[in-house]
Design a protein around this ligand. Structure first.
Ligand code: DOR
Length: 448
């Protein structure tokens, strides 16, 4: 019989909408063509998945890749390379670059720079600002755009919208779900006095305290409801925000990061110093446990890494001049697999949080499940592999990870993007072939 598939993945346990099944999966023209007991002779390329679990491609919906403007920390090539090595097939990149991504030209610049250099599929956020508020309805519909991002509290970069009237304007212009960094700017400014002179990094969660997050999230929920706008609250860190978001499921979705599920204050600051500094902060164990409870109860919709690389030298500046953020796109899946192995979440929950949830929140076209007709995006994992997060394995330009030296059980063994095997056994294969992610809300109208 003529060969009519480009790739077949054979002998794995495949996570389908009907559950985990022993099956082969065929890909033709970048899309899943068949699932079942298939004839490997019909494919040009065979990927042996014996002993492995074939998951829908992992989508990381929050990364900062620093290009343009801060390429010494990361660029689109190195950031997406880290993603693919960690089993991630698509990323959504944040707008706090330099210049900030606040207009069509800046978005197109990123898309052009990613062409032929991005190892995985990608989309870019448009940053909300007073000057583009009225144009956000058009901007959010541009190809390659995953939506609008609001920084309600200042973090890395210059983007910030905290005035009530501007927030209202932003929320009233456009229809797609808006992603929000929710910390109260007024309270951050008030409390900065605590650490302005000679603070310690362990005070980071004291400066950016629980009330800073809660006050902002309450305000955001009120304004979103008033505007009739769906929101996505990024990197939620407090036990107190969980019931607020659970009570607003009609308009709100919620993200947590692997680091907020893994680390806890004060130990993380004792062990890692400013490497553990990020916004919003890593807090005490009671918050971490509340976030796990929110994972169990289905309140958390997605896990994003908030990959935010800074150089070691920058991190060594005395607090609070040390920048906030840590890399994480490459360790997102190993950490979650390790948590899964420790019994903290099931494979179903893991897939929901790393792939299907992303599809649901952002209305991604053709990704997020292993089903015929969907993109051939797969993350092949060995659930039992015992590995250590080694320095040499890391790809980020920042060249460190807070999890370096951590032993984990469960490891990404291959990354397949639209039928192209981009990583196998820790080796990158072929070249960067990433393309812009498409969204059902902004697909071009059918021809004719
Ligand atoms: O810690 C953080 N770092 N939080 C953010 O919101 C931004 C990020 C960055 O870009 O460095």
């Amino acid at each position: 019989m003529a060969k009519n598939w480009d790739l077949i993945i054979t002998g794995g346990e495949v996570f389908t909408p009907s559950g985990l099944v022993a099956a082969d999966v065929a890909v033709a023209d970048g899309r899943i063509a068949d699932i079942g007991a298939l004839d490997a002779g019909r494919a040009d390329e065979v990927l042996d998945a014996k002993g492995l679990t074939v998951l829908p491609g992992v989508i990381d919906t929050q990364v900062h890749f620093r290009e343009p403007g801060l390429e010494q920390k990361e660029d689109l090539e190195s950031g997406t390379r880290a993603a693919v090595m960690g089993g991630v097939t698509a990323v959504f990149e944040m707008p706090n670059t330099s210049p900030a991504t606040i207009d069509a030209a800046a978005l197109n610049e990123k898309l052009t720079r990613a062409e032929g250099r991005a190892w995985c599929d990608h989309a870019f956020f448009i940053g909300a600002a007073a000057e583009n508020a009225e144009r956000l309805g058009e901007l959010e519909r541009l190809p390659g755009c995953c939506g609008v991002k609001i920084f309600m509290g200042s973090s890395t970069g210059t983007l910030l919208v905290h005035e009530e009237d501007v927030l209202r304007q932003v929320l009233r212009h456009g229809h797609r779900r808006v992603a929000v960094h929710s910390e109260d700017e007024a309270r951050l400014r008030e409390r900065f006095e605590l650490i302005r002179e000679g603070g310690k990094v362990s005070q980071h969660p004291e400066w950016r305290d629980v009330e800073t997050a809660v006050r902002s999230t309450k305000r955001l929920l009120r304004l979103a409801r008033e505007a009739g706008r769906r929101i996505h609250v990024l990197h939620v860190t407090t036990a107190e925000e969980v019931p607020l978001l659970a009570a607003a499921r009609d308009i709100a979705t919620m993200e947590v990061t692997p680091q907020h599920l893994t680390l806890a204050a004060p130990y993380c600051y004792e062990e890692l110093g400013s490497l553990a500094q990020m916004n919003p902060p890593i807090r005490e164990a009671r918050h971490r446990e509340a976030l796990w409870e929110a994972v169990r109860l289905g309140i958390v919709d997605v896990i994003g890494s908030d990959h935010a690389p800074h150089s070691r030298e920058e991190k060594q500046a005395p607090y609070p001049r040390s920048p906030s953020g840590m890399p994480g796109v490459q360790t997102l899946l190993p950490l979650l697999l390790d948590h899964m192995n420790a019994g903290r979440l099931s494979v179903e929950r893991l897939v929901d949080l790393t792939s299907t949830g992303a599809q649901r929140i952002y209305n991604i076209a053709g990704k997020g499940r292993i089903a015929v007709g969907y993109d051939g995006d797969f993350t092949l994992v060995d659930l039992n592999a015992k590995r250590t997060v080694e320095h040499d394995w890391l790809q980020s330009k920042c060249d460190w990870s807070p999890f370096e030296g951590k032993p984990v059980t469960g490891w990404p063994m291959a990354t397949v993007i639209r039928g192209h095997v981009a990583m196998r056994d820790g080796e990158l294969l072929g070249g960067p072939t990433g393309r812009p992610v498409r969204f059902t809300e902004t697909l071009p109208p059918a021809a004719g």
